[in-house]
Write a protein that binds this ligand. Structure first.
Ligand SMILES: [Ca+2]
Ligand SMILES: [Ca+2]
Length: 490
């Protein structure tokens, strides 16, 4: 306690085993919530999202613990140490036992990584993304719209000099005011309303990229690619799996039980399940992870579609879809399900924000159970991942992945009218020329001529002032040359 009395810290994290509860302090004037109870409930909800099996109790409950003056509440104004207002949460772990076996220690510690990080973030100013949306689903070339971003300072200190910035990454996207500035009180929330115009030359079947950045003073605290849909975007399928075999996936977690199952299916003869026959067990955390990562850096708009049915103990056992942007090192929950739905149902999830222009995106399906009651489990079938074209990206911020070799890709779409996208990759910064020629060898367009940084790039070619026919496009970069054909059909 002397340590607490003599230090000025405002967030603390504790943990102990048994119960899968997240415990928040109560006021020492027992039994009542602390004056910060609304904030605790936000923290509690955010932490629960990282692991849905955590039981948080009713809004002002601490799951039956007596805390007045006890060891559990010295964080916050206990009867012998009045005046402390430390934001503290104590997750309990392992639903089945005190003193979990060694084999469970690492998974338990991994399960608390998010909470540890979270508590360190709320110790200062912490402007966090809440949601964003455009004022209509899609735009025609030449039209205007708004992109609305909601955010909140969830930190325990004021977030002065907060900057919300939306930077266009395509010449066909214009944003009137790219930066708004805020002084945010503790738990203050606000909305930034960006007005944009889609250029008349934008391809009518692509997304236009921009980068959304949150800065506190000059430090970037959040950066993500956002995309404005123009016209009807054409999908490119990068994964389909009808669960005929388990070859695309790796089973893991507390036991490697995920596999194909003939018990249920959407398309005969099989689907995927964490318990291919019978029910899942108590106290498990079972994952089915895409073995090979997918590079979505050049087509960053991504959707995940699947069919599923499930029978899970309602509000105690959960199935989750998670996406990793770093080859499975960390995961973000995208959707979760509990209870019973025994009708095969199709789900389509926009996972663009979670994939965040990754060169190594992975997807996993996860079932987590607590103690006590079990169920038949989760069946997943006919999984598909689609990507969508995006306009020229002039610089991918936050992407440090560098390709191993020079490459020029086939344009997409092809044939095209009037615009198409040409992707290329550079293992190092190079002086790059990309030119378009007709069949007589006459240059008809110069798309790139200058120094370009290493990375994955793409450029848009618009043939609206050219005649139908076959054209050649050529890259020259640091001694590397390649030529490909494309067909303009009007
Ligand atoms: Ca199937
Ligand atoms: Ca259960």
């Amino acid at each position: 306690m002397n340590f607490v009395n003599t230090h000025n810290f405002n967030a603390a994290f504790g943990a102990h085993t048994y119960g899968n509860y997240i415990i928040k302090p109560w006021c020492w004037s027992d039994p009542s919530p602390t004056p910060d109870d609304a904030k605790f409930n936000v923290y509690l909800a955010d932490m629960k999202y990282s692991n849905p099996v955590y039981t948080t109790g009713p809004p002002s409950a601490t799951v039956g613990y007596t805390v007045r003056g006890g060891a559990d509440d010295w964080y916050y104004n206990d009867s012998t140490h009045a005046g402390h207002h430390i934001m503290a949460m104590t997750p309990e772990t392992d639903a089945l036992s005190f003193w979990p076996p060694q084999s469970k220690i690492i998974p338990l510690a991994e399960g608390m990584l998010f909470n540890n990080t979270y508590m360190s973030l709320i110790g200062g100013p912490y402007v966090s993304y809440l949601s964003a949306n455009t004022n209509q689903p899609s735009y025609t070339p030449g039209s205007s719209g708004t992109y609305k971003v909601r955010f909140q300072n969830k930190g325990t200190l004021a977030a002065n000099n907060t900057h919300i910035i939306l930077t266009p990454a395509n010449p066909n996207l214009t944003i009137t005011t790219q930066q708004y500035n805020y002084n945010m009180p503790v738990f203050g929330s606000d909305i930034a309303n960006f007005i944009f115009t889609v250029g008349g030359a934008a391809a009518n079947n692509c997304y236009l990229p921009a980068t959304l950045t949150f800065k506190q003073d000059t430090t970037t605290v959040y950066s993500i690619g956002v995309f404005i849909q123009v016209g009807t975007a054409a999908a490119t399928n990068v994964l389909t799996d009808n669960a005929g075999s388990f070859t695309n996936w790796t089973a893991g977690g507390t036991a490697a039980t995920w596999n194909t199952s003939t018990t249920q299916f959407n398309s005969a003869p099989s689907s995927f399940s964490e318990s291919p026959t019978g029910s899942y067990a108590n106290g498990v955390d079972l994952t089915m992870t895409l073995t090979n990562s997918i590079n979505v850096s050049v087509s960053p708009v991504v959707s995940l579609t699947f069919y599923h049915r499930y029978a899970l103990e309602n509000n105690y056992d959960y199935s989750m879809v998670e996406v990793s942007s770093n080859n499975g090192n960390t995961w973000q929950p995208v959707a979760e399900y509990t209870g019973t739905n025994t009708t095969w149902t199709q789900v389509t999830l926009d996972i663009t924000r979670y994939a965040n222009r990754s060169t190594q995106m992975k997807v996993r399906f996860r079932v987590v159970s607590d103690a006590g009651t079990t169920g038949d489990g989760w069946y997943v079938d006919d999984i598909a991942i689609n990507t969508y074209c995006t306009g020229l990206i002039t610089g991918i911020q936050g992407n440090t992945n560098i390709p191993e070799r020079f490459a020029l890709e086939q344009n997409y779409p092809n044939p095209f009218n009037p615009a198409t996208v040409i992707k290329y990759q550079l293992p190092k910064a190079s002086n790059v020329k990309i030119r378009v020629f007709d069949l007589l060898g006459q240059e008809v367009a110069k798309l790139i001529d200058g120094n370009i940084e290493a990375g994955y790039h793409q450029v848009e070619f618009n043939g609206s002032d050219l005649a139908s026919g076959l054209y050649l496009y050529k890259i020259e970069a640091d001694g590397f040359t390649d030529v490909k054909k494309m067909m303009l059909v009007k």
